[in-house]
Design a protein around this ligand. Sequence first.
Ligand SMILES: C[S@@+](CC[C@H](N)C(=O)[O-])C[C@H]1O[C@@H](n2cnc3c(N)ncnc32)[C@H](O)[C@@H]1O
Length: 252
Amino acid sequence: MTINYDIWANLYDTVYEDVVDDIPYYIDQIKKPDYEVLELGCGTGRVSIPIAEITSNLTALDLSTQMVTILKEKSMQRGLLLDCVIGDMRSFALDSKFDLVIIPFRGFQSLLTVSDQEQCLTAIHKHLKHDGKVIVDMFFPSLEMFDQDSRVFYDVKKIYDEASGRSTLVKHKSSFDTHTQVIQTTLVVEISRAGTVTETRYADFPLRYTHPREAEYLFLNNGFMTKNIINNFTNSVEYQTSEMVFELGKIT
Ligand SMILES: C[S@@+](CC[C@H](N)C(=O)[O-])C[C@H]1O[C@@H](n2cnc3c(N)ncnc32)[C@H](O)[C@@H]1O
């Protein structure tokens, strides 16, 4: 199954402009200026742009033409060199092998079946140098989230942009299918100025959650050893909920 991310490419930067905690972590992963880096599910370049500022060897791949168009515009405005590719992380075929392959901010969870996840890992394996590293950031729902009422919109965050006077309120409702492990989320984004709502937008998207132990087996069965698990981009604490980052090496 393929999800159409084009429809919310224009909304992406507004909703996620405040997500910045992971960027120093990714920058820190670029160990040499000539490091060959591949980002899968690059979106509009939230992570790609800061990486392209320190290396010109970045390939950024996404299925959504609209997302990639926005990334190209942003990188041109900044005079940055990077290779933008429209492609599927399950089946890409590029000419290079990479030192580092990253899938930031839950991109891997757009793959809704184990078969899709395995295809993606096989494609990564073919494109990774023997001593290369893979970084997969996944979100694990908390018990409170499982308990939420699937009919109710819960506030996620409110972002205030002082320069434009714009407030963005993001709400979500989610339903869980515990058999397929797919969370179906509807986001509502309310943009207001001077206390008046000027625009309301909706975005629906599914994500597949994977238990951390299940993720480790999935990686192992597809040729990758989990070397480290980072929790919320701060410290190495195993198996907490929320954002978890798997650092993988290739089993040769
Ligand atoms: C949550 S966004 C992450 C964007 C960006 N990496 C970031 O950190 O903000 C997930 C991205 O994965 C892309 N995506 C989903 N399925 C994909 C697939 N099968 N192949 C390539 N990209 C995909 C979507 O178009 C979307 O841009």
